[in-house]
Design a protein around this ligand. Structure first.
Ligand code: HEM
Length: 338
């Protein structure tokens, strides 16, 4: 065997080992079909017979909302994520005498958007096929449609989720990581719900869309780590420097300063040049974790790989803690238990 053959063989072993480790990291998945995750108890088209127009109705609702307010695509994508440390539409429930819901949890308060859009889609669906389509599925399909409408990739959403009978502010506070998290905190938070380090990096690419309040990235403006592009720093300092008694909490910056409304790999390009908006974004490359940094670089090189991994991770995220069978219910109104 000559040197070239040995090199080729070593390369092959590396590729196979890498693939094997990726598969073994996803042990909580029910099965893999062509590399695509099928969530526990979810179906390819749960509404085919009982509400065949369900996905069209959701698509139109998202489309109208995004035409009226382009940021809504980002907001709906995030809403699914915040529901999905247990994708059961608990995030949509208003407070009751029995529980304090998730809307006032720290990551959500004055920040999560899109509740009205989900309400209006739900009421369309209730007219077309009462009591059939769950609020949790609306969130999952709307997230996919939002990506698609932002020039991102599409995928088949698995459906059949049912809606929770309760919600927990404490769980939302504990599970959803904050913007000042270190790379290791992010990895741990995702691993706690069965999402791998690669899922974390791929899903963070959702920050190619949407906006954040100054209060979410104020600590980046101190430049204590020296990992921020100086022009970018100046422009953010200017944007957020509100001297009046009002806080700067309502001033917003784009999460992706270059293509804020297009779903692409520009988010990762920004990280390379120190232009990630949230500390938790920049931590993926400057946070001392070589593995996250390596994946960021691979997505800069290959947008197709990002799209593929993003889809895979969205399917995996969309199956976390789902209620199926006789668990939960199909809510008539997404804000209240029946
Ligand atoms: C990795 C951990 C994550 C952290 C620490 C994080 C944190 C944040 C924060 C602080 C904001 C801005 C909120 C505000 O200032 O009002 C935000 C916005 C956003 N996040 Fe994340 N996020 C994470 C992961 C994700 C994931 C996994 C997704 C979706 C798959 C996502 C989608 C979004 C979107 C689209 C926006 C913009 C929303 C809008 O403009 O309304 N994020 N995120």
């Amino acid at each position: 065997m000559n040197v070239l053959n040995v090199l080729v063989l070593e390369l092959l072993i590396l590729v196979v080992a890498n693939h094997a480790s990726r598969v073994s990291k996803s042990l909580n998945e029910t099965c893999l079909e062509d590399g695509i995750v099928v969530g526990p108890g979810l179906l390819k088209d749960a509404y085919k017979d009982r509400c065949p127009d369900a996905e069209d109705i959701i698509f139109s609702g998202v489309e109208n909302a995004v035409i009226n307010d382009p940021r809504m695509a980002a907001s709906l994508l995030r809403l699914h994520f915040h529901d999905c440390f247990g994708c059961d539409a608990s995030v949509l429930l208003d407070d009751t005498n029995n529980f304090v819901g998730e809307k006032t949890a720290a990551p959500n308060l004055n920040s999560l958007r899109g509740f009205d859009v989900i309400d209006s889609i739900k009421s369309e669906l209730e007219s077309a096929c009462p009591g059939v389509v769950s609020c949790a599925d609306i969130l999952a399909v709307a997230a996919r449609d939002s990506v698609l409408m932002s020039n991102g990739p599409g995928w088949e959403v698995q459906t059949g989720r049912r809606d929770s009978l309760s919600a927990s502010k404490a769980a939302a506070n504990n599970n959803i990581p904050g913007p000042n998290s270190t790379a290791q905190t992010l990895v741990n938070a995702f691993q706690n719900v069965g999402l791998s380090l690669s899922d974390l990096v791929a899903l963070s690419g959702a920050h190619t869309l949407g906006r954040a309040r100054c209060s979410s990235f104020n600590s980046r403006l101190q430049n204590s780590k020296g990992d921020i592009n100086l022009d970018f720093l100046q422009s953010l300092q200017q944007l957020c420097s509100v001297t009046s008694t009002n806080s700067n909490s309502n001033i917003l910056a784009d999460l992706d300063l270059v293509t804020p409304a297009t779903f692409d790999n520009q988010y990762y390009v920004n990280l390379l040049s120190g232009e990630g908006l949230l500390p938790s974004d920049q931590a993926l490359i400057g946070g001392g974790n070589d593995q996250t940094a390596e994946i960021v670089r691979s997505y800069v090189e290959d947008e197709g790989a990002f799209f593929q991994d993003f889809i895979r991770a969205m399917l995996k995220m969309g199956s976390i803690g789902v209620l199926t069978g006789n668990d939960g219910e199909i809510r008539r109104n997404c804000r209240v238990v029946n």
